[in-house]
Design a protein. Structure first.
Length: 156
């Protein structure tokens, strides 16, 4: 195998947009550093990518609308869901984010929040809990129109 070493690659017409279907680093871990915003520092490409995310609708038979690295969705009860990973994280301490949207109508006195269920230390599950504060009646689990889960971390 030959090695080509160059400082600049351009298309024949002089522009710099080149399509690349596969790229790998030269270290054992295949680390790829890219120039970050502003051009003065670099950032690790793999660490900056979301490794798992899912968008699902609990009101339509728990339909997964769109996802990455999600094998399935578990319904653990009202407002309690688990996005199950196709490829696990290396441990259960990856970064998790969750969100929800309120269904129908305009603003109301009900506040909605989302968090994580008991699966929060699992390397294979991103658990999403949705809670509505029923205008003074206290928090309770509810079904919302759209729920979102996102995981950042290292895959196993």
């Amino acid at each position: 195998m030959s090695t080509i070493k160059v400082d600049t690659i351009q298309k024949a017409n002089g522009t710099s947009q080149i399509g690349i279907d596969k790229i790998g680093g030269v270290t054992a871990a295949s680390t790829i550093n890219v120039i970050a915003e502003g051009g003065t520092t670099t950032t690790n490409l793999q660490n900056g990518l979301a490794k798992m995310w899912g968008n699902f609708d609990p009101n339509t038979s728990n339909n997964i609308v769109n996802s990455l690295n999600v094998a399935s969705l578990s319904d653990n009860g009202t407002g309690d869901y688990a996005l199950n990973a196709t490829n696990n994280f290396d441990d259960g301490f990856f970064v998790r984010l969750a969100g929800t949207t309120k269904g129908g109508g305009g603003p109301s006195s009900t506040n909605y929040t989302s968090g994580f269920s008991s699966e929060s230390t699992s390397s294979s599950t991103l658990g999403v809990i949705t809670v509505g504060n029923g205008g003074g009646s206290g928090p309770s689990a509810i079904e919302l129109d759209q729920c979102y889960g996102l995981g950042h971390g290292d895959l196993a």
